[in-house]
Write a protein that binds this ligand. Sequence first.
Ligand SMILES: [Fe+2]
Ligand SMILES: [Fe+2]
Length: 288
Amino acid sequence: MKHWTLDQVAWDRFDPSKVDPEVIPLVKAAAMVERNGDDYALYLKSVFRDDPDFQYAADNWAVEEVQHGDALGRWASLADASFDYPAAFARYRAGYTIDIKADASIRGSRTGELIARCMVETGTSSYYTALGEASDEPVLKEICRLIAADEYRHFKLFYDHMKRYLARENLSFPKRLRVALGRVGETEDDELAFAFHCSNDAPGVAYEHNRCITGYMGRAMGFYRFRHIERGMGMIFKSIGLEPRGRVSGLAARAAWKLLCWRRDRYRQAMAREVAANGNALPAQQAA
Ligand SMILES: [Fe+2]
Ligand SMILES: [Fe+2]
């Protein structure tokens, strides 16, 4: 059961004068990844094929993720009338495929799979909170608030199932830690970069991972504040069985914040170099 619907969003409050142009390419890219949730649910249902409770939960989860994509896609279409959300998503779906018939989790265990899901929901919950707080545009603010609340519920959902499997599989702490760090490290892989390409580059422009992940991260990382990282670190600690609000979590949050600021500045410098070289960090947009 969904906690909200697209019809409940006050779309008529959309205010183009309050749109930060730097946010539009991010919302477009996020719409791709969110909309792809239904394929990810097929993968999850294949991994957990003998667990009807989890399969039911995965179906409901996917309905909400698809709605996130549709809400973000609709907002992006309001902010940029030239954005063709269905066409962009068709490109994404054609080029980024998930093994939907997996016999076992790519994380090595079901506990590991669910820890990886907790990492993703931690990331999305923090990201939409940060984006919504930073935005002045009322509709985007509302959508981000609704989505962030869903993402936090998803975290709790996967966490509860993870605890159930942990009791059965007894995955060791080092293995849990490795899965968690591994999934966090994948943030800069193709999923987001390719989504940025499909939703922002004109058809015919070649996909370049570095350019696309720079375009995405150089903008996205600027919206975080320390409090978002601190809260996210608590969720990561909880997922792997550590004290979420202890001294170690606080130290880890400060280290992660320093790393994020450093990475953000590096990406921004790379974007500035691209602007200097091409005149626009999104060269394909000019052509579109
Ligand atoms: Fe989502
Ligand atoms: Fe989610």
